[in-house]
Design a protein around this ligand. Structure first.
Ligand code: 5GP
Ligand code: MN
Length: 332
């Protein structure tokens, strides 16, 4: 990888559709790293990302493929190296997939999802035991002897990446080495308390009222299955003036109910009405990834996964109940 990076001048960094904190944080960390090494580097994302990530250093320069397609295509064509962060299959690039696959530049994948597609990139750094792609990069930087040299910007982005994928170090975050990385990042001057506030204490009034409505009115609790389902249609979105990012994290709330093992959030797709996006979260051993791939054409991690269905909201709720019954033994 080091050789490949040394040889390249124009680097494109890309990540998955509906980018989250790990996707944006790890991509921007790589951008700052490449710039420190004297390279031209640009982050391109398939579609818009949440406002609560816009404060990140470098976020202003991110190209959004759906909005700046001409610029994005030109940058991909000019690239002599493509670095793909936080995804395991090219399909997760969605509208950007075609351009990235068409590029002749060598590709490096840096990721922590299960079962990376080995055909997609020639060079793969994949470690599913790690909490975030941000952690994979911390390990890479450590192995490359870079961890002492990183800039504050790199440190901020890497911390944000790990903090977001672990719910501020509240799940999937028991491995001691994570805190060795955090300790190094703190020594580079990051303000982790400010990063937390920037990401998690940014709710709008609309978001708080939506949250109240979804929990009070829309949440269905399946008591004998220790599961909860929340739904949100585009009509409700309009009624509550919901903006991109306002629904972030709501799927986790039902898990705070004592004994709840599984939470499913069904979101009508804003760009494709009639398509339902599903987010699954669990505590303990319940395999969200298996449920997502068996029933919703998706995947992910054991405790956090997602998928989609071309179906009405009511039909999707029925399908979710069916899936829950299928796993009744695990949800006793
Ligand atoms: P979220 O609920 O935040 O949208 O997604 C949680 C996790 O599930 C993501 O980090 C990703 O790993 C996985 N995921 C979400 N949607 C899909 C999908 O459509 N296909 C696959 N393979 N994984 C998904
Ligand atoms: Mn991730």
């Amino acid at each position: 990888m080091k050789e490949l990076i040394d040889r390249s001048k124009n680097i494109v960094i890309c990540t998955h559709v509906n980018p989250d904190g790990d996707a944006i944080g790890s991509s921007l960390a790589m951008r700052h790293y490449f710039e420190r090494k004297g390279k031209e580097a640009i982050v391109i994302v398939p579609n818009i990302f949440p406002d609560f990530l816009k404060w990140l250093p470098g976020a202003d320069d991110i190209l959004v493929h759906t909005k700046q397609e001409t610029q994005a295509k030109a940058a991909i064509e000019a690239a002599d190296l493509v670095v793909v962060c936080d995804l395991n299959q090219s399909a997760r690039l969605a509208n950007m997939e075609e351009d990235i696959v068409a590029s002749k530049a060598p590709r490096i994948l840096i990721d922590h999802h299960l079962d990376p597609d080995m055909e997609f990139c020639r060079h793969i750094v994949s470690e599913p035991t790690m909490c975030a792609t941000g952690e994979v990069i911390c390990r890479l930087f450590t192995d490359m002897g870079e961890m002492d040299n990183i800039s504050e910007n790199e440190a901020v982005c890497l911390y944000t990446a790990m903090m977001c994928d672990t719910g501020a170090f509240s799940f999937n975050s028991n491995r001691p080495v994570i805190y060795e990385h955090v300790s190094r990042l703190l020594s580079h001057g990051i303000d982790k308390d400010l990063i937390y506030r920037n990401v998690f204490w940014t709710a709008s009034e609309a978001r708080l009222r939506l949250q109240g409505y979804l929990l009070y009115v829309n949440m269905k609790v399946l008591y004998n299955r220790h599961a909860a389902i929340i739904t949100l249609t585009n009509e409700e979105r309009r009624r509550f003036k919901v903006k991109n990012g306002d629904t972030e994290g709501i799927v986790n709330i039902p898990l705070t109910m004592l004994g709840t093992k599984l939470s499913v959030f069904i979101n009508e797709d804003t760009e494709h009405p009639g398509t339902m996006k599903l987010s699954l979260r669990s505590v303990g051993d319940f395999p969200c990834d298996q449920m997502a791939s068996k029933f919703f054409g998706g995947g992910g991690h054991k405790n956090a996964s997602g998928g989609r269905l071309q179906c009405s909201m009511q039909g999707t709720v029925e399908k979710v109940k069916e899936a829950i019954e299928y796993y009744a033994d695990l949800l006793k």
